[in-house]
Design a protein around this ligand. Structure first.
Ligand code: 5GP
Length: 192
């Protein structure tokens, strides 16, 4: 099963994905490649595959990505090999990607479940962005402007979850995953 999780920066997506990974050993995270600089505390191969523009562009030409996008002036892309490997192993694959990426995944894999995470309010989003002290003022303004656009796009998603409290959000996503796994189209029961 493929599960796209999109949210504006600062909505708490990374914490939510980590919570899901901790509680379920059949869930895997799709690790994207990016050309953006590594932030403090991030690790190569755990958070992203960090690469230079030329390397990304070469891999792009080689068809290495299921989807890719330029976000805030940097490349981001989902390596196809990883997704196929996890699918073959019957894992649940989580994609922490933006709205453009989410739509591209749905095109390639129409069965994917798409979940949009909303912050409880715009003020809370601003507060969280400030709190993490990762971005410059200019970067933060870019992220906020994009957040507003992304929030408008949430109607294209199958589910919307408001992240006021991480544990509640994780439980709500677990309910979505359970319902998705019971869909008739995925049902493995062929005979009774
Ligand atoms: P950040 O720089 O905060 O880690 O990520 C910026 C944005 O890029 C987030 O909305 C994130 O979900 C998105 N993103 C991360 N990886 C990918 C990817 O592989 N493809 C696309 N389309 N977006 C991605």
């Amino acid at each position: 099963m493929l599960v796209v999780i999109s949210a504006p920066s600062g909505a708490g997506k990374t914490t939510i994905c980590r919570g899901l990974l901790k509680r379920h050993d059949n869930i895997r995270m799709s690790i994207s490649a990016t050309t953006r600089p590594k932030a403090k505390g991030e690790r190569e191969g755990r958070d992203y595959f960090f690469m230079k523009n030329e390397e990304f562009e070469t891999k792009l030409e080689q068809g290495w990505f299921v989807e890719w996008a330029r976000v805030y002036g940097h490349y981001y892309g989902t390596p196809v090999e990883q997704v196929e490997k996890y699918l073959a192993q019957k894992k649940v694959v989580l994609f922490d990607i933006d709205v453009q990426g989410g739509r591209a995944i749905k095109k390639s894999y129409p069965d994917a479940a798409a979940i949009f995470i909303l912050p409880p309010s715009l003020n809370e989003l601003k507060r969280r962005l400030k709190l993490r002290k990762r971005d410059s003022r200019e970067e933060m303004d870019k992220r906020l402007a994009l957040a507003l656009k992304e929030i408008e796009m949430r109607t294209k998603y199958d589910y919307t979850v408001v992240n006021a409290d991480v544990d509640t959000t994780v439980s709500q996503i677990e309910s979505i995953l359970e319902a998705e796994s019971l869909k008739t189209s995925r049902n493995v029961v062929t005979k009774i």
